[in-house]
Design a protein around this ligand. Structure first.
Ligand code: BES
Ligand code: MN
Ligand code: ZN
Length: 500
């Protein structure tokens, strides 16, 4: 099948002329094949709107699929990413296994709005992301994956340098898309299949495949490092925790920044003694999506080889109620940054605010290992969805220049994050009567007081916190992505790291 793009334009002039969508391909045979349906007014080229034509004459493919980008003036590489995903998801259930996508012609769309290689990379990412389906536990599942995906660069892009750039963009898009899908495959796993130990094994396997250094520790190491906050969550479960460390060291790089990536890896969150209601509790298998995002980003980093050192830490545990579980009112001592400084004491108000506890020690450990810049990702609060809906994920930072790089990264990744404030008045919400800090700050501004809790452990190391609780799971399938784990964070974290 050949997929081509069209956009909704208002280029028609004169009375009585119906505006019709613009085909973004100049090929004469494709134009002739598409002309009737475009003129009919039935197809408006809305975002991800499709129309299929059989046996288009003069075209080698048996089927021609037109995919809409929405308004022409607003078309971006992000619309191209989604359109490619839409084409793949159109092909899959129809048994179409070979797909070619024509990139938008620069004769129609100025390269300034849709740069050739950025479009190519985004299209390949979209194709991989679109190909993923989460139904791996169905007994009679048929693999409907698209087997072959080809990009057709428009005529005029024949120059050798352009060809090379598009080919490199294709390879990069494949790495990024596959890394995002790797994260999604982990997030999709149920809590009984993916325990902290299994997550550690999956990390080690991936690290060996792509050539990262890795260590996976458990209970003993948590005690040795005095990770009292991380352990307080793990102590209630029969499953041992996993402290996953992945290291990327580019050859010859011995100075400059060290990026510290810290992920929440709660493989199931029951709430603990502050037990969650049963409605939707099954979704809490995705409470390790932040950790999975870091693993996906590390996979891409290992393959794309930026010139900067990176350490990723995933704090994996199960949050369970049991005779050994921590209780509201307990006081825990977090990991000390060094032998001279004591760890902060934490009054546990709610055992369901466990993500911030494991991250507190993860952030401290990253700093102890030399991280100069920190980024964490976590399905941290329900409050972030109350604030931002399921449209944007939340972002927080204690350092504007560091955040500026993230802002640039999301322009490339197309992932939607919205920055929220921090501040002393919010930090006041988590002052404890009996300890240094308490683990909840009340209902109002809940995502921000959670971020302030983490800030207390990042201290003045430049740091970004991503609260992806509202965005880690796609609730309803879309034309370009299946219902299920989204893999949000992988692409933006990768781009942020590459900016250093
Ligand atoms: N894992 C949850 C947050 C969450 C909620 C993720 C919904 C994905 C979807 C987190 O551990 C949690 O339970 N947070 C509490 C914090 C509260 C007790 C202060 C919450 O948001 O209710
Ligand atoms: Mn919780
Ligand atoms: Zn949680």
């Amino acid at each position: 099948m050949l997929a081509v793009l069209a956009a909704d334009s208002q280029t028609a002039k004169g009375a009585g002329v119906k505006p019709q969508p613009t085909l973004l391909t100049t090929d004469a045979a494709v134009q002739a094949a598409a002309s009737a349906v475009l003129a009919s007014g039935e197809y408006k080229a809305g975002a991800n709107e499709t129309v299929l034509l059989h046996t288009p004459s003069g075209v080698a493919a048996k089927r021609l699929l037109i995919v809409g980008l929405g308004k022409l003036a607003k078309a971006t590489v992000h619309s191209v990413r989604d359109a490619a995903g839409t084409a793949v998801r159109f092909a899959k259930p129809r048994g179409i296994r070979e797909l070619a996508l024509a990139l938008p012609s620069s004769e129609i769309l100025p390269a300034a709005s849709l740069p050739q290689s950025a479009s190519a990379r985004a299209a390949v990412e979209g194709a991989f992301v679109g190909d993923f389906d989460p139904d791996i536990y169905r007994s009679e599942r048929k693999d409907q994956s698209v087997q072959s995906f080809t990009l057709l660069a428009p005529a005029g892009a024949g120059q050798e340098s352009v060809k090379e750039a598009v080919e490199a963009a294709f390879a990069e898009g494949a790495i990024v898309g596959e890394s995002q899908n790797f994260a999604r495959s982990l997030i999709n796993e149920p809590g009984n299949k993916l325990t902290p130990t299994v997550l550690g094994q999956r990390a080690a396997l991936m690290a060996q495949e792509v050539g990262l250094d890795w260590e996976v520790h458990s209970t003993e190491k948590l005690h040795e490092l005095k990770m009292g906050a991380f352990w307080s969550v793990a102590q209630g479960s029969a499953e041992p925790p996993a402290l996953i460390v992945l290291r990327y060291t580019p050859e010859g790089v011995t100075d400059g920044p060290i990026m510290g990536l810290v992920g929440k890896g709660i493989t199931f969150d029951t709430g603990g003694i502050s037990l969650k209601p049963s409605d939707n509790m099954e979704k809490m298998k995705y409470d390790m999506a932040g950790g999975a995002a870091m693993m996906g980003a590390m996979r891409a980093i290992a393959l794309l080889k930026p010139r900067v050192r990176v350490i990723a830490i995933v704090c994996a545990a199960e949050n369970m109620p049991s005779g050994t579980a921590q209780k509201p009112g307990d006081v825990q001592t977090a990991m000390p940054l060094s032998a001279e400084t004591p760890g902060k004491t934490i009054e546990i108000i709610n055992t369901d605010a466990e993500g911030r506890l494991v991250l507190a020690d993860g952030l401290t450990y990253a700093r102890q290992l030399g991280a100069t810049h920190l980024i964490d990702a976590a399905t941290l609060t329900g409050a972030i969805s109350v604030a931002l809906g399921k449209i944007n994920a939340g972002a927080f930072s204690n350092d504007d220049p560091t955040y500026a790089r993230f802002d640039a990264a999301i322009q490339v990744s197309g992932e939607k994050f919205w920055r929220l404030p921090l501040g002393e008045e919010y930090a006041d919400l988590i002052k404890s009567d009996i300890a240094d800090i308490k683990n909840t700050g009340g209902r109002f501004g809940g995502a921000i007081s959670a971020a302030e809790f983490l800030h207390a452990f990042a201290e003045d190391t430049p740091w970004i916190h991503l609260d992806i609780a509202g965005m880690a799971w796609v609730e309803d399938s879309r034309p370009y992505i299946a219902k299920g784990p989204s893999g949000i964070g992988v692409r933006s974290i990768l781009e942020w790291v590459r900016s250093f």
